[in-house]
Design a protein around this ligand. Structure first.
Ligand SMILES: *Cc1c(COP(=O)(O)O)cnc(C)c1O
Length: 410
């Protein structure tokens, strides 16, 4: 039995019992009273001395993606009360998501990255668990070994395929693509937001790959909004489509979906938990996230996207107005075409007239109270979006930005 003294020692090691210095937004410290009963809500970030901030940057993984909607949070809490069979849950949730989006099949993954890994694994192994055990070792197994992508589509997330042991073969042109296909070709990987960067666009890739019976995967991680994207690429003919759950969809940050042909989704599941002797075992998604991801998609489809857009536009315009009169500064509202498709305020300036660098401006915004994160940076530019703001925060961003830039342009 634990001694009374040990118990007291252990209890006093707990932050709330021991009396902990914590820091509020203004940086002032205050003491949480020892012996106080646990408050109804704890401010964990404050307790930990963690800076929270207004996110005027966007859906960055390092900034914890997006905020889950109330419906998603509710689903998370309510599903935490019961035990279920995880495969049965994935089956049913997958069916529901597929029917909502009008594709053959779907499964919840631990993010778009894991959708890429599991999809690749499935293409290699089919539904054979013995093959799944062998990944990432392909040599001498009879499994295919190469994935083709365009050099211009290179992104760091391509590593998610290499986890399965495949080698990436790079091409630039349609002709090179045709020549690169051989009996070791397992799959083609397409990065949606880079479509116009590459020389081979959606239709041409699909034409060549379908003619050679090469499965195609498209990475659309950050490409909703618009909502149509959720169905567009499976409709277009891609065999597998990967989305992040914790970006524009506002599901759990550590969830995502793999959508597509039944055959490939079933094969991907062979490398997914609860199965353990697989490359995907560390990509567990708990029951709460599985359901929350489904709810995120349901509520995303129901949203009034026009209203969201009007709000973002108003907010971005408000922030723009605060800096429009600054000599030597150019403020422009752009909308990216394929990913992060939201009104984006791009600011750039002549540093002889506005005497601050982009990086310094970011730091100034960060250092204020409340702290604000914006995107871009470097020598003389930054960019700002409003879709991750809570209502009203646009005014704080507008006044702080205007204040700093006016000060630096005097
Ligand atoms: C964010 C992103 C990923 C990774 O998505 P996660 O859901 O964080 O795993 C992959 N590809 C692209 C293009 C992305 O933007």
């Amino acid at each position: 039995m634990i001694s009374r003294r040990r118990l007291i020692q252990q209890l006093s090691a707990l932050p709330l019992m021991g009396g902990l210095m914590s820091f509020d937004l203004a940086g002032a410290s205050r003491l949480i009273q020892p012996g106080a009963t646990t408050p109804a809500t704890r401010n964990y970030f404050q307790e930990l001395g963690i800076r929270t901030f207004i996110n005027a940057a966007g859906t960055y993984t390092s900034m914890t993606g997006s905020l889950m909607t109330d419906e998603v949070k509710q689903a998370y809490l309510e599903t935490s009360e019961d035990f279920v069979d995880i495969d049965e849950l994935q089956d049913k949730v997958g069916e529901r998501i597929a029917s909502l989006l009008g594709c053959e099949a779907a499964t919840v993954t631990s993010g778009a990255s894991s959708a890429i890994t599991l999809g690749t694994a499935g293409v290699l192994t089919g539904t054979d668990p013995e093959k799944a055990k062998k990944l990432p070792h392909l040599q001498g197994t009879g499994m295919k070994t190469e994935v083709i992508m365009q050099r211009k589509h290179y992104i760091d997330y391509a590593h998610a395929m290499e986890n399965c042991g495949v080698k990436i073969v790079y091409v630039d042109t349609k002709d090179e693509l045709k020549k690169a296909i051989n009996r070791n070709t397992a799959m083609y990987y397409f990065v949606n937001f880079l479509n116009y960067e590459g020389q081979i666009q959606w239709e041409d890739v699909l034409e060549v790959c379908q003619a050679h019976k090469i499965p195609t995967m498209i990475d659309c991680a950050a490409d909703a909004p618009p909502a149509e994207s959720l169905s567009k690429y499976t409709d277009m003919g891609f065999d597998m489509v990967c989305f992040s759950g914790g970006k524009g969809l506002r599901g759990p940050q550590s969830a995502g979906v793999l959508l597509g042909k039944k055959k490939y989704i079933e094969a991907a599941r062979v490398s997914a938990p609860p199965r353990a002797n697989t490359v995907g075992r560390g990509m567990k998604v708990n029951k709460e996230e599985i359901v929350a991801m489904m709810v995120a998609i349901e509520s995303y489809l129901k949203r009034d996207h026009k209203k969201d857009w009007a709000l973002w536009e108003n907010q971005v315009n408000l922030i723009k107005k605060g800096v429009d009169d600054i000599p030597g500064l150019k403020a422009k509202i752009d909308v990216p075409v394929l990913a992060n498709v939201v009104p984006t305020l791009n600011l750039s300036w002549n540093t002889k007239q506005v005497k601050i660098s982009g990086d310094q401006l970011k730091e100034e915004m960060r250092k204020g109270h409340p702290s604000i994160e914006i995107a871009g940076g470097g020598k003389n530019s930054v960019s700002i979006t409003t879709w991750m703001l809570k209502p009203g925060q646009e005014r704080i961003v507008a006044s702080r930005l205007s204040e700093i830039l006016h000060q630096k342009s005097m």
